[in-house]
Design a protein around this ligand. Sequence first.
Ligand code: PMT
Length: 402
Amino acid sequence: MSILQGKQILLGVTGGIAAYKAALLTRELMKEGAVVKVAMTENATRFIAPLTFQTLTASAVAVDTFSAPEEWEIGHISLAEWARLMVIAPATANFIGKIAGGIADDLLTTCIMAAQAPVLVCPAMNTNMYRNRIVQDNIHRLTEYGYSVMEPDAGELACGAEGPGRLPTVEGIIEEAASILTEKDLRGHCIIVTAGPTREALDPVRFISNHSSGKMGYALALMARRRGARVILISGPTDLAAPRGLTFIPVSTAMEMKDCVMENLKEATIIIKAAAVADYRPLFSASQKIKKQDGTLSLELVRNPDIISEIAELKGNRIVVGFAMETENLVENAERKLKAKGMDLIVANDLNMAGAGFRTDTNIVKIIDSAGTITALPLMDKRDVADRILSRARELFDERRQ
Ligand code: PMT
């Protein structure tokens, strides 16, 4: 279940061209189960009509302090008390300046002044405005006061300029909102997660790989970050966007993945190897495209290092979690790998079960520890599976420290 389920969120929309994206954000927040109310500045209503938000949320939209919807007794105060989280998207330079300066001269600014809940500010403006030292100082001041301020995305802006200033993506804002509302029980941990497939080149055109999409590993990295851990995500090639707020290291081959894990191992308290690593690589990788020829073509493959076994030898007090992806004898094979590779936990998933394994947003897993205890989980969203794995790894870490 999404952490946003049932959460009361006040979405503040201010007057920038990105205001239209707030409609999409409203829809997506509601899809996550949040209860959304919208307050707009007068200028925002010139970019998008309050009726749009009113229709999406089935709730009146607040704009003017002196004619707040009847259902709110004293508009700004009741809204501020109602909200479990306030999200300002887009937040213009002017609006950021106002709240940083303590100005409360309309319904939205007074709501923020009276806020009891965390406030997430999502700036969107022209690049030069964003880089202006006054704006930067205001952002700095807001973060010092405890507001969460997202970095805008970089790219082509509506005004034609290039650079930082785009409203962060809807997914990025939702992730940040979820993160703010999540208990930080992994604070102090540094968690390495490996994700995705590796690619072993035959020549400049072809490679040996597998079907891993990276979804399981990225879900682990996101949930660990939400729960306050410092996360290092080492990822093979995937189509997924690099998540914000963590150290993201893209790699291609198993050898690169191994080097990268080893370089970062010292800092880690928990290592989770969700990546589907190629066990073999071609003995030779041709420098030019291999030409078609008559008859068969034999490839000579050599073993890749078993990364998780090497980690386990150096693990000390760290918790090492591996995955087993099987097509038969799930538990038996997983238990064998757990022992042979020196893991503390293994997460077994069966490729033959619908909704489990590669590419799906869900998984069906059995979490097995070195004492042989098996926790069988039903079909769950990969983020919920990730949460369960992280909780079990944290428990083991705490037990080992005692
Ligand atoms: O990415 P998705 O599309 O979301 O799919 C998720 C997943 C199916 C890839 C994931 O849930 C999963 O099962 N990952 C591990 C797949 C795998 O490689 O299993 P294995 O049984 O071959 O390896 C066992 C463990 O050893 C794994 O933790 C693996 O990362 C590790 N290993 C394997 C080979 C190797 N050379 N080095 C390793 O460290």
